[in-house]
Design a binder for this molecule. Structure first.
Ligand SMILES: CC(C)(COP(=O)(O)OP(=O)(O)OC[C@H]1O[C@@H](n2cnc3c(N)ncnc32)[C@H](O)[C@@H]1OP(=O)(O)O)[C@@H](O)C(=O)NCCC(=O)NCCS
Length: 254
């Protein structure tokens, strides 16, 4: 591959056009590292010109945005420092009031013209530190979904049918993942491609979800197995006498 071809390929992976690339890089170089509330304020105004946002987005320093023309943010979305959004074709849409904590990565990963690629997240969700979503087959997440730290949601599998060839040369499958409203995924959960996690379900820390889970399930383990139903009073009786706390931050931002 010649140098020009290399650069043109690189550009396609970074932005939607050359003029936009120049503008995006200029704005992010100028403002991307500014600390404090001043940085958050200036980025809120300037980045609104780079992506689609309802209201001023709250963006901390050192947030990396690729192809921001394909990013849509609802009102009051918060991006903590170190967040990386790579919105190749298919795009990323994040609903109002959703928080992405430090180091969260949403990567559409659509380098192959995948028809279902993209990442859509509903309102008032929370993604714990270093959670990573790959959207090749499409990832659709409902409202009020919470993840612990380092959760992996990967809508892709490598084909490995031919043992004589490198796996990397055998292509991928990408069916998509659906996570319905009000789901809580504990820390270090992995969700594999093709799975639907039903409304109101929880998955215990470290679980690997390889099959769809019906609504209101409590699922744990590798592979994750349903061990209870949240609608069963027996399954949740430990909360009867527990001391319960509520989030101050959420209340402040209401
Ligand atoms: C899934 C979870 C909520 C279950 O809590 P619980 O209702 O109190 O359940 P219990 O502790 O009574 O456990 C029920 C059974 O599931 C097992 N279990 C619980 N959590 C498990 C997990 N993460 N992985 C595998 N098994 C688990 C228990 O060992 C127990 O098995 P047993 O009946 O054979 O003894 C909790 O264990 C968990 O994983 N929480 C996630 C914590 C987290 O990631 N926090 C990050 C902040 S968002």
């Amino acid at each position: 591959m010649g140098m020009l071809q290399e650069l043109s390929y690189y550009l396609k992976s970074q932005s939607t056009s050359l003029p936009r690339y120049v503008l995006e890089q200029a704005v992010m170089t100028l403002l991307g590292g500014l600390p404090s509330i001043v940085g958050v304020g200036l980025r809120g105004i300037a980045y609104k010109a780079l992506l689609k946002s309802e209201g001023l987005p709250l963006i901390e320093h050192s947030v990396r945005l690729l192809s921001p023309a394909n990013i849509r943010l609802g009102k009051g979305v918060y991006l903590d420092s170190g967040v990386y959004l790579n919105a190749l074709p298919g795009g990323i849409s994040i609903g109002a009031g959703t928080n992405l904590m430090h180091g969260v990565i949403f990567h559409v990963f659509n380098y192959r013209g995948l028809p279902k690629a993209g990442i859509t997240v509903g309102k008032n969700c929370f993604f714990g530190e270093y959670t990573c979503i790959r959207g090749q087959g499409g990832v659709r997440i409902g409202d009020g979904v919470y993840t612990g730290t380092q959760v992996n949601i990967a809508a892709v599998n490598h084909v490995f049918a031919d043992p004589e060839r490198f796996i990397k040369d055998q292509g991928i499958t990408a069916d998509g993942i659906v996570i319905e409203d009000d789901v809580w995924l504990g820390s270090n959960v992995t969700v594999v491609d093709g799975v639907t996690i039903g409304k109101g379900s929880i998955v215990g820390a470290g679980g690997v979800v390889t099959k769809s889970i019906p609504p209101y399930s409590i699922a744990v383990g590798v592979p994750a197995k349903v061990i209870g139903d949240r609608r069963d009073p027996e399954a949740v009786k430990r909360f009867n006498n527990a001391q319960v706390f509520f989030g101050e931050l959420e209340n402040l931002r209401k």
